[in-house]
Design a protein around this ligand. Structure first.
Ligand code: 13P
Length: 249
């Protein structure tokens, strides 16, 4: 199993001056923290500048979305070869905001997953149920369906080069974190299908709850939204992952 991963998802936040200050602080803070990989997924316009700032640092660059097509008449889209050219090591695929607000289907997500891997970029495949689905007892059915769609379109071996993030929709940006037991249940379900894949949890991960989440047997790190915009908070979360790595081995 590759090392644990803590990835920030800035979503549609940031500006050039604030990004620079935030990344300077994060890069300095993680310099002495070994045993956990760190990444930051930034909005497209900042990729070039952030790539320059992160060159020769331990903080990897990621994007938040990509097109399933390599090039062509797809106005407004950004392709995997373009992300590769900017040195992206990671890209989010199928974030619930993409699925819910922009109508991304399971099939489109599966094609984006393949497009990323085709360029040597590690997809972070996001899965998760809505509150209504959880309350109807359909969590495993939904997460299983989202995963199956990607299995159908991609060789299972490719998942060794991928990351999967469980992000319950009702826990994203709400301050309402899934309980450790809820997280472990879904991660156990996923681990049975994905032995060699890093499994992240995302959804209101904060410095206060990170240690309990990262201590869970089948959690290999986190995908962090709001708290990734505050350097000290993000660094505390990375430190919690480092401690969990030391304790869990
Ligand atoms: P929050 O950490 O802000 O809940 O966001 C989670 C998320 O969507 C990360 O991709």
């Amino acid at each position: 199993m590759p090392s644990r991963l803590v990835a920030g998802n800035w979503k549609m936040h940031g500006n050039r001056a604030a990004n620079r200050a935030l990344l300077d602080a994060v890069v300095a803070g993680i310099a002495g923290l070994n045993g956990v990989e760190c990444a930051v997924c930034v909005p497209f316009p900042y990729l070039g500048e952030v790539a320059g700032q992160l060159a020769n640092t331990r903080l990897a660059l990621g994007a938040q979305n990509l097109s399933e097509h390599a090039h062509g008449a797809f106005t407004g889209e950004v392709s995997a070869p373009m992300l590769a050219e900017f040195g992206c090591r990671y890209v989010l695929v199928g974030h619930s905001e993409r699925r819910q607000l922009y109508g991304e289907t399971d099939a489109a997500v599966a094609a984006k997953f393949a497009a990323a891997l085709g360029q040597g970029i590690t997809p972070i495949l996001c899965l998760g149920e809505t509150l209504a689905e959880r309350e109807a007892g359909k969590t495993e059915e939904v997460v299983g369906r989202q995963l199956e769609a990607v299995f159908r379109a991609n060789d299972r071996k490719l998942f060794e080069n991928a990351v999967v993030a469980y992000e319950p929709v009702w826990a994203i940006g709400t301050g309402r974190t899934a309980t450790p037991q809820q997280v472990q249940e879904v991660h156990f379900f996923l681990r049975n299908r994905l032995q060699g894949t890093r499994l992240l949890y995302g959804g209101s991960v904060k410095k206060e709850n990170a240690a309990a989440l990262f201590a869970l047997p089948d959690v290999d790190g986190g995908l962090i939204g709001g708290a990734s915009l505050v350097a000290v908070d993000f660094l505390e979360i990375v430190k919690a992952a480092v401690r969990a790595a030391q304790e869990k081995g």
